[in-house]
Design a protein around this ligand. Structure first.
Ligand code: KIV
Ligand code: NA
Length: 277
């Protein structure tokens, strides 16, 4: 298979094929995800929380995303690469959004950008799309608005909120977005939105009826032991393996069992003899 394009993503929905997507933040994880054949890789602003140790995604800057986007684009050869637009790098006006999206593509190597917001962001989405920048929307729980939303909670449960979410999704589709992330949305509502839209929905905590699913790499690999969100599934328990590897390494160094000849290098005994003379 060649490079994944937004047309391939559209075709997957039309063909009823589910769309897997994952985040990555560095060269190695990008190579691994790409080699596995995952069609969409996102350099998410979850970077701030799982890699940089920030409190929330609000602290993430364009330079942060750029730095990691460059590493990911050096590793991924096939996947469609999406760069998250950080907080306040696209809100001021469409010009600001264009300038910053262009940097993510030209300097970072992204093929498309993702931004949070529905109806109110539609004019900006339209402008980006007009300029040749594919846009993935993101509605439901939008973590950059965590302070306004009052926490990380499920969105669209009441009638009014559900209707607003459906309108947001439709506004993004009409503005030319090629897909939309639904985060923390009740499954039946996500299913309804998915059936009303022509473009694919990509869910996280939005149930099985979405056209695709996205998971944060660190969550799905079980790299965290202290916190696992309800919407995440650990497909591996890497933190356990790492803990065991570290303990064994320490113990072998302390005992003098590592390294052995196998990890060491020889030299001509004659040279050593002369050296010692
Ligand atoms: O930043 C991120 O990882 C995301 C996904 C959870 C969709 O936006
Ligand atoms: Na994000």
């Amino acid at each position: 298979m060649g490079k994944v394009t937004i047309r391939d993503i559209a075709r997957m929905k039309a063909d009823g094929k589910k769309i897997p997507m994952i985040t990555a933040y560095d060269y190695t994880s990008a190579c691994l995800a790409d080699n596995a054949g995952i069609p969409i890789i996102l350099v998410g602003d979850s970077l701030g929380m799982v890699v940089l140790g920030y409190e929330s995604t609000i602290q993430v800057t364009l330079e942060d995303i750029l730095h990691h986007m460059k590493a990911v684009s050096r590793g991924a050869k096939q996947a469609l690469l999406v760069a998250d637009m950080p907080f306040m790098t696209y809100h001021v006006d469409a010009g600001q959004a264009l300038t910053n999206a262009a940097r993510l593509m030209q300097e970072g190597g992204a093929h498309s950008v993702k931004l949070e917001g529905g109806e109110s962001m539609a004019p900006t989405v339209r402008r980006l799309v007009e300029c040749g920048i594919p846009v993935m929307g993101h509605i439901g729980l939008t973590p950059q608005s965590v302070n306004a939303l009052g926490g990380y909670r499920v969105q669209g449960r009441g009638l009014e909120a559900a209707e607003r979410l459906l309108r947001d999704a439709q506004a993004l589709e009409q503005a030319g977005a090629y897909s939309v992330v639904l985060e923390l949305v009740p499954s039946p509502l996500a299913g309804l939105i998915s059936s009303r839209l022509t473009i694919p929905t990509i869910g996280i905590g939005a149930g099985p009826e979405c056209d695709g699913q996205v998971q944060v790499l660190h969550d799905m690999l079980g790299l965290f032991t202290n916190f696992s969100p309800k919407h995440a599934k650990q497909f591996a328990q890497l933190s356990e393996s790492i803990k065991m590897a570290f303990a064994q390494y320490m113990q072998e160094v302390e005992a003098g069992d590592f390294p052995t000849d196998k990890q060491s290098f020889t030299m001509d005994p004659a040279v050593l003899e002369e050296l010692q003379a």
